[in-house]
Write a protein that binds this ligand. Sequence first.
Ligand code: HEC
Ligand code: HEC
Length: 368
Amino acid sequence: MKSNPQSKSQSRPQRSAPRGATRAMTHPLLATTMLAFAGLPALADDAALQKEAAGHFKPIPSMVPAVKDNAVTRDKVELGKMLFFDPRLSASQLISCNTCHNLSMGGDDNLETSIGHGWAKGPRNAPTVLNAVFNIAQFWDGRAGDLKTQAKGPIQAGVEMNNTPKVVEETLKSIPDYVARFKAAFPNEAEPVTFDNLARAIEAFEATLITPGSRFDQFLEGKLDALDATEKTGLKLFMDKGCVACHSGVNVGGEAYYPFGVVEKPGADILPANDRGRFEVTKTADADYVFRAGPLRNIALSAPYFHSGKVWDLKQAVAIMATSQLGAKLSDKEIEAITAFLGTLTGEQPRVELPILPVSTDRTPLPK
Ligand code: HEC
Ligand code: HEC
């Protein structure tokens, strides 16, 4: 409820109601009838809708999920949080994970494509780190199997943090408080300050970045009035039109790979020819322009859209998906309803207390 209080009140007054129905605006049955008048199909029974949805989607759990081969302990999470916010992981000592995955802004940077070391513009849009722990694999092309593998990428990428594992380890070892924290987070290890353990700590912190309690999840859990009539219509359309074939499960996507343009390939303005997606990972022809179906949790917070970041308006992204993935032309009303539904996927944002980072010493490598 509190995650997106506006969408509820906004959707009502705009609808053109037939004369005489205005008085009964708040009555749910009449509101349904009015939807039919407005050119949308009448809603099925709410309980049936809830049941159908529960067959496709799962709520975000309220507890931090377990991570494979990496116990999520308090010491590790705290260390991972510090590392996530520490710009000294980058060569310039200016760019942290939080620069591009801003936890005050939905876990991404809201740029077309990210800006990294030396103001270099990267090739892809930054996905959110929120709920990333539930994705089948990381990156738009799934090239990192898990979050600990993923975390090593940006630190070394020239257009991101442009650093090396060696310099990162030197930096961490030069700061006594970090050394103590690695010891606590990885007890029984002779040499705990390693690039691998840094990645493990970041993964443990990222596992805490989940957003339960969205209005959609409340609906899934049986609170049938958690969505308004338009949002319910949008949910129904999302399932009936076939979006759910690729966007389902706990993250409403992020589970499998599909060509962008199953039915109709979008133009090069949206799908640039030089980014062939999963082809670069598998080198097989069937992976050409294949990408992971976007996880749609908190999608209203993470414009612009698609791996190219070329689309700023969520309604336009929905329309493009309909034509490119389903060969369907949706009416404006249908697009609005689906977009309203997507707005209900915004959950409670993780409350992260800004970590105070230990100061550098005279042994800490200088910024480059
Ligand atoms: C310069 C901006 C930038 C920085 C700094 C950065 N990232 Fe990213 N991140 C991106 C971009 C862009 C992608 C998508 C790249 C791709 O798919 O090829 C990404 C992808 C990810 C993903 C995958 C999410 C998903 O849904 O697939 C995770 C997780 C992530 N980054 C975490 C981190 C962590 C942890 C750090 C710090 C060690 C970090 N990032 C630093 C820009 C950045
Ligand atoms: C055949 C599989 C498939 C179907 C059907 C499908 N999608 Fe997608 N969706 C994808 C893929 C793949 C992507 C990632 C595209 C890219 O490379 O940017 C995506 C991306 C998206 C995005 C952007 C995510 C982001 O983070 O930028 C939205 C929004 C979206 N889909 C909504 C929908 C809606 C709404 C429908 C139904 C009208 C739908 N999709 C149908 C596969 C599908």
